[in-house]
Design a protein around this ligand. Sequence first.
Ligand code: FE2
Ligand code: FE2
Length: 282
Amino acid sequence: MKHALPSAELARDERFVRNSFMARAADPRVTAMPAEKRNRRLPLSPDRADGPDAARALMHGIFTGEIQALEGAGRTCWDFPTGTGADEAPFELKLDMARQCWDEARHCEISVKLGDWMGTDIGEFAESTFLYDAACNPDPVLRLTGVNRALEGLAIDVFNTMREFGERSGDPVLEFCEDWMLADEVTHVKMGSDWLRRLTADDPDRRERALEFQRVVDKLFSIGGARGEEEDSPIRLARRFRELAGFKTEEIDEIAELSAESRRELAAHQERAALAAATGEA
Ligand SMILES: [Fe+2]
Ligand SMILES: [Fe+2]
């Protein structure tokens, strides 16, 4: 058994398709659009002409995220010796991770059934493994901040958005499933917040490294600003639920700013790809 299994070796059957987020962002079908159309965002809503398709794509992203969250929490139980040293994980932390595995396994089953309910096949949309990659950090505290606080924090925003979509589109199955999963994610984020404070209580340098890693992951998980607080953000920052999960107001403000930065960087990346396509450069 290897420690910190690389994402390329994650077990998937032939139904799954992998792609990187940046490769998708530079898709010629997207970069060929005029910049104003490419940069236009719309909140996720059943009134949108492509609302049902956008919700199906997001649901598939949730499903693959649930698989990776299960894999990441499972690895944290396995990858570290049990103990209180810097490169060890306390037994109680592993118990929390085991409980999280139980939740995520349930979320995988709920998500695959919801996909079916919404008319989506597994593999209809590509999977990016950047969520799992954050779970490969060699320091357990950094995993907890990168995965539980950043990734599961994004799950809070996404589930809240999907719950509202279910409510507005008159779909009680979607609404209730998202509401129940949202409750679990608040618990997972709270675990991350609590363990960060406990394990770094006497080590401010380690805490700062963990928070810096969280910033990097939060920016990645802003998905080019798709998650943010602008009027047109398809996935809205769920402030109230984040507070329940142990986030301070200034920490939520910082994520909003990282999202705006991520949006500017995505626009620049697509602009460069469009220019390269127009001038015939690879
Ligand atoms: Fe989950
Ligand atoms: Fe979770």
